[in-house]
Design a protein around this ligand. Sequence first.
Ligand SMILES: Nc1nc2c(ncn2[C@@H]2O[C@H](COP(=O)(O)OP(=O)(O)OP(=O)(O)O)[C@@H](O)[C@H]2O)c(=O)[nH]1
Ligand SMILES: [Mg+2]
Length: 194
Amino acid sequence: MVSGRSDHPKMPTAIKLLIAGGFGVGKTTMVGSVSEIRPLRTEETLTNRSVGVDDLSGVEAKSTTTVAMDFGRISIGDDFMLYLFGTPGQERFWFVWDELARGALGAVVLADTRRLADCFPSVDYFERRGTPFIVAVNCFDGAPRFELDEVKLALNLGPEVPVLLCDARRRDSGKEVLITLVQHAYGRRPNAVA
Ligand SMILES: Nc1nc2c(ncn2[C@@H]2O[C@H](COP(=O)(O)OP(=O)(O)OP(=O)(O)O)[C@@H](O)[C@H]2O)c(=O)[nH]1
Ligand SMILES: [Mg+2]
């Protein structure tokens, strides 16, 4: 009788994804909330040198910032292992992005409706690279709520770019964002294998 078990269990497909977006939109929070391993963080304290440079409006309580990257990992069923790389948000650390983006299947661009324009550089970056991306609007408490179509219009996104709402603090919400990205990226690259 055939047992259905294999001596060579199928290894999950490894996929590299980026969590990007402007300063303080919740990238580190999202990587931390979804990761199944203790996330690697490179947080440094915001000092007086950031005064007049970093726009803290909306995230006044923020005391640290990512200077290199966040790293986390999450499995999706038995088939996929997602390796998550959170980017630094401040422009002065953007030289790291090219390294982080290499080999990525796709990217989440996190957005904050109070500072929607802050995600333009990320959208431009992935459009220029031809990296598939989706936009996830992180719903901060008290932030204005917009229809997803309005966000799409404001960011001048093509009809093919998925836009969804999320709460970066919630694991189930972050996971939904990642699954949407993987489906979108695989849809765009039908022959993609990691
Ligand atoms: N209310 C609320 N606060 C959030 C949410 N996501 C993040 N925060 C808070 O917003 C602040 C910024 O979050 P981070 O995760 O550090 O943002 P980041 O994008 O990694 O920031 P940089 O690395 O400095 O660009 C933190 O104080 C979080 O606790 C959210 O969904 N809702
Ligand atoms: Mg961060």
